[in-house]
Design a protein around this ligand. Sequence first.
Ligand code: FMN
Length: 317
Amino acid sequence: MQIRPLRLGHLLLPSNVLMAPLAGYTCYPFRMLAYEMGAGLCFTEMVSANALKYQDRATKRLLFTTEEEPIKAVQLLGGIPAVMEQMAASELLAEFSVLDINMGCPVPNVFKSGEGSALMLDRKRAAAIIRGCKKSGKIVTVKCRTGIQEDEMFTAEFARLCEAAGADMITIHGRSRSMMYDGRPYEREMELAKAAVSIPVIANGGIFSVEAAERMLSQTGADGVMIARYGLEHPFIFKELTGKACEKSPLEVVTEQIDLANRYYEETFVLAYIKKLASYMMKGRKGTKQYKERLHGSGSLAELREAVELIFGEGTG
Ligand SMILES: Cc1cc2nc3c(=O)[nH]c(=O)nc-3n(C[C@H](O)[C@H](O)[C@H](O)COP(=O)(O)O)c2cc1C
């Protein structure tokens, strides 16, 4: 079994099963859940360096964390080396010991602005951003894809560039930008990248079961795996992979998420977040139409709790 603790810079992550950054989902409560279930490292969703620079309120909320979060890792999105360097070292990110640079986002607006996966095409700028962020003294990691087009991938070469610029770890989403979120990830590309560098390489993409995670590790030789959508669908995947003891039921999990979110966020956020999370956790279940209507029709926390009890309560799983 290749599940084990993972060294990352001066940190020893409790496991090499990581939770991916997911915009709209990986807020503080969800990260706490993933850590509790055995995830070795969890990231905030991507935070725009430009928005942060202008102290955008909604953006600052994405950075919310507390002393309780075991390891604090932020993901930064940006294409201007000077801004990235400045934000990496800024007081706003002082609490975060790990900084991940988003070099994988495929979204057209992001790509056109020279951010996310566009950085894979501009190696000089990518390297300058890594070097600049490293000056903050944080552990700097990179999350990228296998390339831009499926017929022209250059994962190993890009991994080497990241390592040479000072990255402490690289996570590869094994799909090209053109594949967006579908299609089988290229294990061979990840394997070549792993063989090309000595920093830890994490394999991501298409892991929707314990077996898929194990296969990914053995096929790629990667140092760890990163789970994304399946972590929302089935947060128990982390304990199933790591063997961490945690006997909570889906109802307990969602109820605790409501409580934790309610402690720190306003009601509209809690409602939106729990509706999205519960929808993911219902995936694959049949006959959920009336439950979904109840969930999405909830206009208050009390109604939300009732809907969640109905959906995840005994006998409904
Ligand atoms: C709703 C959604 C939001 C995402 N947000 C981010 C993000 O903020 N930063 C990032 O690096 N990747 C983001 N991703 C990509 C995932 O982290 C991951 O690389 C991708 O979903 C592939 O993994 P999977 O096949 O296991 O889901 C997002 C993906 C989805 C579906």
